[in-house]
Each structure stands twice: as structure tokens, then as C-alpha cells.
Ligand binder design. Structure first.
Ligand SMILES: Nc1ncnc2c1ncn2[C@@H]1O[C@H](COP(=O)(O)OP(=O)(O)O)[C@@H](O)[C@H]1O
Ligand SMILES: [Mg+2]
Length: 351
């Protein structure tokens, strides 16, 4: 029944791609559950992939968002801007069954569609806490939790797992995602700024500012003041690992540095982590810590491009020739197989 946010304070690290792959794989392996993706990024990349990719997905995205009563995340936020402090309990109607739009996606996967309208709404959402009742901040930061509660209530199923794809910047809707989720997956890539971005995540969410006297985020201070929880770190995922020797060693350096950073957080604040799987004892040393919290995903090259562009999850993507926007592309079987394995393994670690 967990709610996972996929977030890093940096763009292009694979948040949307991994949301698409992991949610699809998880749904396929848990047909007894309903799986929900909430797309809280105005770019709506994960929605586009789920709805069929570059051509079909984009068309459907536009069609859904341009209806007068849009069944998208912005449609839900509209409802809440009208009634900020009292939930109108209408969230259930915003979850779309993805298989009705893209038959490559398991029938138990649902989506609250992303919408660029979120960007326009963001200042109104921020202003909704001010002026307002004394605990307006807490109530506004419960909007996405309310949405999930409404959807789960309308489903009336025993098990459901939620994945929230986030915007890189710590905007108001990223804050709402953080307040709604209980577990955090942090993807990163092998560039210098990834380490800084991971540090920013730790500072913004948990107040772990490394610089003495540095100002803490309003989110952290208010979460404390209103006793609202933040998600616990579930895993940090080195993404787009390359097989090339020189690049592979550069990647390893970055992974090791980030691992060291997160290990030091564990040593001082183990309660910021979600020990898993359920019932497993807490790691006792660095090797066990890494085994529990660190994951790595290879760069899948054309296999990932084709998978996202056609809206076919990697586990169902055939290798070989594909036509993409009129061009012939070859999906390399070795790369496809490796990526399939990576995604399957990672999805297996999701509780
Ligand atoms: N494991 C991977 N292998 C190959 N390409 C990837 C992989 N993960 C992500 N990508 C590609 O990297 C780009 C950025 O990924 P995206 O998910 O949009 O990042 P974010 O959501 O963090 O901004 C996309 O073109 C995506 O297809
Ligand atoms: Mg994205």
C-alpha cells in the first residue's frame, strides 16, 4: 500500500522514464493490485509514455487536457483551488485506466494524467495557504494525499501501490508530492551536479544542511511545525550506467561519492530511511546498507528511446527493427535484455 515519490532536484536523471518502466513492470507482476501513477510534472513525460509515446501518447494527452472538465492533475487542482480547505472528495474520477488508451500497458495500471496547466496554477496553489486558517499550510499540503484517498476509496480494493513522478525543482507541487508520499526513490546520473542535487534533496526535505547556519527550507520547517511526515529514503538509483570503460569508472566515482554521502545520513539519522523488505533487519554495515538502498540501471540506448517513444514497456519490447517517426531503428537485443533485467530486478525490490 506504499506511496513512492520518484524525485531528484535535477532534471534529466530518468525520473519519468523510471516511473514509466517501474510502474508498468510492477503492475505486470502484481495483477492482484491496482497501481496508480500520479504525474506531478508539468512536462507530463511519464503520461506521454504511458499513453502511447511520441505520437499516440502526445495526441491523447492533448485530447484529455483540452476537454472543458479536464481529467488531469490540473483538473483536480482546479477543484481544490475552488475548495482549498474542505476536500470535495471528487479525486476518484481523475484516475484513468491506461489500457483504454494504450494496450501495451497492464490493465491494472491507472494514471492521473500530467498537465502543463500545473505551471500556471502553481502561484495560486502557493497563495491558497495565505491568508487562510491557521493550519492552511497543512491542509494544502494534504491535497495529493486526499486525491490518493479518494481514488483508493473509489476502487475499494485491498492492495494498491502508488508512484508519483515529480518535477525536478522544489516547486509547490513537488512539495505536495513529498507530503503525500511515504517512500522516496532518488535517481541520479554520473555527472558532477548529481551529487549536489542529491545533497539538495537531503537539505530541502530533512533539513540536513551541510553548511553551518544555512537557512532551512520552508517545507522542512513547516513539516516540523505541523508534524507532517516526509518520505523515507527507499533507494538511490544510479541510472544510465554505461559499459564503456572510461565512462564506467567515472560513473563508479560518482556512485561511490553519493553512496558515501547517503551512508553518512544513515549513520546520523537512520529513521529517514525505509528499511526493506518488510520485516528485514536494518543493515549493520556499509555493504549491507548498499545492498538494501543502492540500485543501478544501465543505459539502454536505442531500446529506451524506442520503448518510451512507442509507449511499450521494456519487458514487452521486441528486439530488432522498429519504425519510429518514419525512420528505421534497430533495438539491440543485448541492450534490451540487460535493461529488461535491470528494471525487473529493481521492480522486485519494491515492496
Ligand atoms: N536507463 C536509461 N537508458 C537510456 N536512456 C535513458 C535511461 N533513463 C532515462 N533515459 C533517457 O534520458 C532522458 C531523460 O530522462 P527523463 O526520464 O525524462 O528524466 P527526468 O524525468 O529526470 O527529467 C530521456 O530521454 C530518457 O529516455
Ligand atoms: Mg521528468
Amino acid at each position: 500500500m506504499a506511496i513512492y515519490a520518484i524525485w531528484n532536484n535535477k532534471g534529466g536523471v530518468g525520473k519519468s522514464y523510471l516511473t514509466f518502466q517501474i510502474a508498468s513492470e510492477y503492475a505486470k507482476k502484481h495483477l492482484d493490485q491496482r497501481v496508480l501513477v500520479i504525474d506531478l510534472c508539468p512536462q507530463a513525460t511519464a503520461s506521454s509514455m504511458l499513453l502511447g509515446g511520441l505520437v499516440k501518447g502526445e495526441e491523447q494527452l492533448v485530447a484529455i487536457a483540452s476537454k472543458t472538465r479536464r481529467r488531469t492533475i490540473a483538473g483536480y487542482v482546479d477543484e481544490r483551488i475552488r475548495s482549498p480547505y474542505v476536500s470535495s472528495k471528487v479525486g476518484g474520477k481523475f484516475a484513468l485506466k491506461v489500457n483504454d488508451y494504450n494496450d501495451q500497458i497492464p490493465k491494472n495500471l491507472y494514471l492521473v494524467v500530467g498537465d502543463e496547466g500545473l505551471e500556471v496554477q502553481s502561484s495560486r496553489v502557493s497563495n491558497a495557504s495565505n491568508p487562510g486558517p491557521a493550519d492552511a499550510w497543512r491542509i494544502v499540503h494534504s491535497w495529493i494525499s486526499d486525491l490518493i484517498t479518494d481514488i483508493r476509496h473509489s476502487w475499494n480494493v485491498r492492495h494498491s501501490t502508488v508512484f508519483i513522478d515529480c518535477n525536478p525543482s522544489f516547486s509547490i507541487y513537488t512539495e505536495l508530492a513529498m507530503s503525500a508520499s511515504d517512500r522516496l526513490i532518488i535517481p541520479f546520473t554520473a555527472d558532477g551536479s548529481s551529487k549536489r542535487a542529491v545533497r539538495a534533496v537531503l537539505a530541502l526535505l530533512y533539513g540536513d544542511t551541510r553548511v553551518q547556519g544555512a537557512e532551512q527550507s520552508e517545507f522542512y520547517l513547516n513539516s516540523q511545525a505541523f508534524r507532517m511526515s516526509s518520505p523515507q529514503i527507499y533507494s538511490y538509483v544510479g541510472n544510465r550506467l554505461t559499459q564503456m570503460n572510461s565512462a564506467a569508472s567515472a560513473f563508479k566515482t560518482v556512485v561511490d561519492e553519493i553512496a558515501r554521502e547517503i551512508w553518512s545520513v544513515w549513520q546520523s539519522n537512520p529513521n529517514q530511511f525505509a528499511v526493506h523488505p518488510a520485516g528485514h533487519p536494518a543493515p549493520r554495515n556499509r555493504a549491507e546498507f548498499r545492498k538494501m538502498f543502492q540500485a543501478e540501471i544501465n543505459d539502454a540506448n536505442t531500446a529506451s528511446v524506442v520503448s518510451g517513444a512507442l509507449g511499450i514497456p521494456i519487458s514487452s519490447l521486441p528486439a530488432g527493427r522498429k519504425i519510429l517517426a518514419g525512420k528505421r531503428i534497430i533495438v539491440n537485443q543485448t541492450q534490451r535484455d540487460r535493461q529488461k533485467r535491470n528494471i525487473r530486478r529493481f521492480a522486485q525490490t519494491i515492496d
